[in-house]
Ligand binder design. Structure first.
Ligand code: NAD
Length: 328
């Protein structure tokens, strides 16, 4: 059996080869993303796997169908860049990895919140200018005196609830799906209460029509002036311009963003800074904002689990078995 993997990053390569050896499967890899053009690289393979957020269009699935390939194992949670209907039309079963290390993403969100809460970026900006003073605007709050509002509490939001709860924070959650298992760590409430009461608002929903721009100008206006917004989920959950305006007018105090609505085209690439989008440059220049290039998942355990779970699914489907991670 032969499986071809797209979007392979350097630390995945040894895990890919070790999995291939253990399962007697030849694993081919490329760092290139799956596109209509790169789909042809899978010629001669029995199955495929991809990772990344660049849109995958019908041509890629049609090419796989022509090669006799019946599945595409996505090595990540989100399949919002896939055309699920087109995949089905071409007989391609898509699988995702619903949970590879929720703690990895949860911990990045908490890390960014703590950095912003203690104004570390602001101190660094002042010191870089030779200013070692501080003032009332830099005073802070202990986490155990904070109210944290989670929007979405599945795998990652649930792990985030557990961490904040362990730190002593009051944790509120808005999620239409109630999970009794989270009761020890959080109190379910409505979105309005979260906007009004939370000192830290952390987003953990998928990108859906119901969640697109869930943080818009109206939502930002309802938040506390000391509120910190954390988005480890998808950029499109936030109206970026409205966020920039709210930060400039001090409607909210800071933002930690691992993802931006327009990140495809520069995240994971090297570019002259001047060619990066203006809204990114504006955010990146603010000492009370952290932008990271979609790396919340990036721990060794998460990468290893993501690869192994996806390739196990690919192998099962090629062998004619069912995968419980099928999304179509
Ligand atoms: P999950 O499916 O386990 O949980 C998502 C939760 O969102 C569910 O409980 C669902 O009921 C809830 N939800 C759906 N619609 C909602 C709405 N309108 N309002 C509030 N809650 C709503 O997903 P997960 O594993 O926790 O991942 C969440 C998201 O994080 C993914 O969809 C992905 O976009 C993103 N993600 C980012 C990274 C990264 O590296 N930054 C890594 C993995 C996942």
């Amino acid at each position: 059996m032969k499986i071809f993997c797209y979007g392979v990053i350097d630390i995945e390569e040894p895990y890919a080869q070790a999995w291939g050896k253990a399962n007697n499967v030849e694993v081919g890899t490329t760092s290139e993303a799956l596109t209509a053009d790169t789909a042809k690289l899978a010629k001669g393979y029995d199955g495929v796997s991809s990772k990344g957020i660049a849109p995958v269009t019908e041509e890629a699935y049609a090419t796989f169908e022509k090669f006799g390939i019946k599945q595409l194992a996505v090595r990540q949670v989100g399949v919002d860049n896939q055309d699920v209907a087109a995949a089905s039309k071409h007989g391609i079963t898509l699988t995702n990895v619903a949970s590879y290390s929720p703690r990895a993403i949860a911990e990045m969100g908490v890390t960014q919140a703590m950095y912003l809460l203690r104004h570390i970026g602001e101190y660094q900006a002042r010191m870089a200018a030779g200013n070692f003073t501080w003032d009332a605007s830099m005073s802070s709050t202990e986490i155990f005196n904070c109210t944290v509002g989670l929007i979405g509490a599945g795998h990652i939001g649930g792990a985030t609830a557990q961490i904040y709860s362990a730190l002593g924070a009051k944790v509120l959650t808005y999620d239409p799906f109630y999970d009794a298992g989270l009761e020890p760590y959080t109190t379910y409430t409505d979105l309005e209460t979260i906007f009004k009461e939370a000192d830290i608002i952390s987003l953990h929903t998928p990108l859906l029509p119901s969640t697109k721009n869930i943080i818009n100008a109206a939502a930002l206006k309802k938040m506390k002036s000391n509120a910190i917004l954390i988005n480890m989920a998808r950029g499109e959950l936030v109206d970026t311009q409205a966020l920039i305006d709210a930060l400039k007018t001090k409607e909210i105090a800071g933002a930690g963003l691992d993802t931006l609505a327009n990140e495809v085209g520069f995240f994971r690439l090297e570019k002259p800074y001047a060619e990066t989008p203006k809204d990114f440059q504006e955010l990146n220049a603010m000492p009370n904002v952290i932008v990271t290039p979609h790396v919340a998942f990036f721990t060794k355990l998460a990468v290893k689990n993501g690869l192994e779970i996806a390739l196990n699914d690919a192998k099962d489907i090629i062998d004619g078995k069912h995968s419980r991670h099928a999304v179509n």
